[in-house]
Design a protein around this ligand. Structure first.
Ligand code: GLN
Length: 454
């Protein structure tokens, strides 16, 4: 009830939730109380969570932030949200996001933009973005409208909004969490993960979300360790890499200072910090913005006005006309841009020059990390090149928007776990985050390092 009251009060301003499932939440909370009385308590018994509106929830509308899915009520539950329900969690509602998770500011949602709860702290007229695409999830957690939330990360959509909202968030290793029932954006990059107020809360949530699922062919058949226990390991004797290519010209001095501070904290706690090189990191953004739209253009072909959601048609018109009208009315500008880029880079005559080239560079980026991990146990970088920006900024400059993802996309291209940790404030009192990137399936070290930075 406290969370529902908070939502009633703050959601009209923040717009963090697209759908609030108050009745279902209260019924689930009652059922949870009953389980408690019977002594069958799950790992997340009664914990109120927000679910990004990209996860299919049985019987609850799932929009992916798009007009085209405005009326879509899935008949089934995603594996990740089912895992949370099985552990006793209570869902408060569906969190806002950029349309089809494409964006870094949560301004492309058909349900309207999300406001960062840290907005107007110093300046009542400035509305800041919460980051994206999981901006609703991050804003809900930061504003105390949920104890934690699910999110997804294709190029930074867990870590960047976590950093902008002053909370923690982890994108686990590709394959850790099942993608079954999550609306697909770029299937070889998409991963689910939690956002929460602390690193330890993320560890507890990830333990429930993760695990092998035969319904996702890329799901990893690996045991899920006790991540919360790993938070207490400390960093004594660990070697932490600092990629020299991440020292960008013109980076905000506060970000550089926070990075140095983070390294000093780790050294104080007994770790050794070492310079490493990721020579192909400079190609990561262009590679990502070829691979992700290519896969998106293929995945989004299914929204044809026949199988899901909305349908726009004229009496007497043909099937092609139905497709065109539905897709023109259903998709927003950024989604259309991605479909056009993706279709172009996959088309005959351009495939070798763009898509195939990007796949080759992706392999080199992955190899850079493998070589770095011969020398170090984890890598520390800033999470974002700046603090949260204003809602009106970068809106008509897609490339400026894409540059936001400079520190995060590499982990998706290489399939590695990345954790954003709230680590400090900038001169205006806005939160800044650090990012810990680990070896594949070594989230435990990532959590140990992250916990030390909090
Ligand atoms: N900002 C990136 C994009 O727009 C990443 C989005 C994501 O991780 N879902 O593609």
């Amino acid at each position: 009830n406290a969370h529902l009251d908070g939502i009633a009060k703050l959601n009209p301003r923040l717009n963090a939730y697209i759908t609030v499932t108050a009745e279902k939440a209260l019924a689930a909370a009652k059922a949870s109380d009953e389980r408690r009385r019977q002594g069958t308590v799950g790992a997340l018994e009664g914990i109120p969570l927000a679910i990004k509106d990209l996860f299919c929830t049985a019987g609850t509308r799932t929009t992916a932030g798009s007009r085209i899915l405005d009326s879509f009520v899935p008949p089934y539950e995603s594996t990740v949200s089912q895992n949370l329900l099985d552990d006793g969690a209570v869902f408060l509602g569906k969190a806002n996001l950029d349309e089809f998770a494409m964006g870094s500011s949560n301004t492309t949602s058909a349900s309207g933009p999300v406001e960062n709860p840290w907005s107007r702290a110093n300046d009542p007229d400035t509305r800041l973005v919460p980051g994206g695409s999981s901006g609703g999830s991050a804003a809900a957690v930061a504003a105390r409208l949920a104890l934690g939330a699910t999110a997804t990360d294709t190029g930074g959509s867990i870590r960047q909004p976590a950093a902008f909202c002053g909370i923690a968030g982890i994108k686990p290793t590709y394959g850790r969490c099942s993608r079954f029932g999550i609306v697909a954006f770029a299937s070889s990059l998409d991963q689910a993960g939690p956002v929460a107020r602390t690193v330890e809360d993320c560890a507890i949530l990830l333990k429930s979300m993760a695990g092998f699922d035969p319904r996702d062919s890329t799901s990893a058949d690996m045991p899920v360790p006790d991540f919360a226990k790993a938070c207490e390991r400390g960093v004594k004797g660990l070697r932490i890499g600092v990629p020299k290519e991440y020292r960008l010209d013109g980076m905000a001095p506060e970000i550089v200072a926070l990075w140095e501070q983070g390294l000093a904290w780790l050294r104080d706690a007994g770790a050794e910090t070492v310079e490493v090189s990721l020579p192909h990191a400079k190609y990561a953004l262009p590679t990502y913005y070829i691979v992700a739209p290519a896969e998106a253009s293929s995945n989004l072909a299914r929204y044809d006005g026949v199988r899901f959601g909305m349908r726009v048609t004229e009496p007497g018109s043909d099937l092609r006309d139905l497709y065109e009208r539905t897709r023109a009315a259903g998709f927003g500008a950024e989604v259309r841009r991605r479909i056009m880029i993706g279709t172009y880079v996959l088309s005959a005559g351009y495939y070798d020059a763009y898509y195939l080239k990007a796949q080759k560079v992706r392999a080199l980026i992955r190899r850079d990390f493998e070589q770095a991990y011969e020398k170090v146990d984890a890598i520390l970088t800033p999470a974002t090149p700046s603090a949260a920006f204003g809602m009106d900024e970068k809106q008509d400059d897609p490339v400026a928007m894409y540059l936001n993802d400079i520190f995060t996309v590499t982990a998706n291209l290489a399939g590695l776990p990345g954790l954003a940790v709230p680590a400090g404030l900038d001169g205006q009192g806005l939160p800044l985050g650090l990012q810990v990137i680990g070896r594949a399936f070594d989230e435990e070290t990532v959590f140990a390092v992250g916990r030390t930075l909090e």
